[in-house]
Design a protein around this ligand. Structure first.
Ligand SMILES: CC(C)=CCC/C(C)=C/CC/C(C)=C/CC/C(C)=C/COP(=O)(O)OP(=O)(O)O
Ligand SMILES: O=P(O)(O)OC[C@@H](O)CO
Ligand SMILES: [Mg+2]
Length: 230
């Protein structure tokens, strides 16, 4: 399968647990965003995932599913990639390799060409992902740089993801991660609601992710974040 995900500057994250108004899907798909990622920590099921896939699959944009649990690791319905997270900054091994073990223990067939592993560094303790995974979010720039190197140089994860889901993060932290990484693609996501914020994080991250703003701000804000990084 194509590896052009490495060239994406802007990804829009859609949550199968949330509703979009009539016409919004078309506006999002034609906003200039490079890809749609279907993902959420809470209340994502095969059913609402397939419903959202049906809504977005006809626009020709690359589609990524990012499962928070093995039951949402699917390969059908026109998906291009399955981005599978591991959270590095938690002491709860389930979110590092445990869910992955359980997935492979019971999976019938895996299309490995579609699977892209992501090393998450979760930095907002009040986000769903922060709470669920018990991530240690009180990290310095040096801590984040060390985790980024563990991911990039040691485990050779193709993606390192600085995740502030729901809140705008510290650009100095993203800069520290970017300076520590040699090969991996650096993702930043969290609280981007303006062109200025998109540009600021886009200086350090290879790819920025916009999620909540799509639901809370509307299409003009999404378009502005796209223009800021492309
Ligand atoms: C092994 C497989 C197939 C799955 C397990 C994958 C793991 C370890 C997931 C850990 C948690 C995680 C990184 C979830 C998915 C991505 C994500 C952070 C989505 C956004 O979550 P929030 O925005 O915090 O949650 P809500 O939008 O649901 O409130
Ligand atoms: O929803 P927001 O805060 O934009 O964050 C995007 C993404 O990183 C969430 O996983
Ligand atoms: Mg979310």
């Amino acid at each position: 399968m194509h590896a052009n995900w490495k060239t994406w500057a802007h990804v829009t994250k859609l949550d199968p647990d949330k509703r979009l108004p009539e016409g919004a899907v078309e506006e999002i798909a034609t906003s200039g965003t490079d890809a749609l990622m279907l993902s959420g920590t809470l209340n994502v099921t095969r059913e609402n995932l397939h419903e959202l896939l049906d809504l977005v699959s006809s626009y020709g944009l690359p589609l990524v599913v990012e499962p928070a649990s093995p039951d949402c690791a699917i390969f059908d319905n026109g998906i291009d990639h399955l981005f599978v997270p591991s959270v590095l900054n938690t002491n709860d091994v389930r979110w590092v390799v445990g869910k992955h073990y359980a997935w492979l223990r019971q999976a019938s067939s895996i299309d490995w060409e579609m699977v892209v592993p992501e090393a998450y560094i979760v930095l907002n303790p009040n986000s769903a992902v922060g709470r669920v995974t018990g991530a240690d979010c009180s990290l310095s720039g040096e801590d984040v740089a060390a985790f980024a190197q563990v991911a990039d140089r040691y485990f050779r994860f193709p993606i390192v993801y600085i995740e502030y889901s729901g809140t705008y993060g510290d650009p100095a932290i993203v800069q520290a991660a970017s300076e520590a990484i040699e090969h991996a693609t650096l993702y930043y996501g969290g609280g981007i609601r303006s062109a200025e914020q998109a540009a600021e994080m886009g200086r350090y991250a290879d790819t920025i992710v916009v999620g909540n703003a799509v639901y809370e701000e509307g299409i003009d804000v999404l378009r502005a974040t796209v223009r800021a990084v492309q």
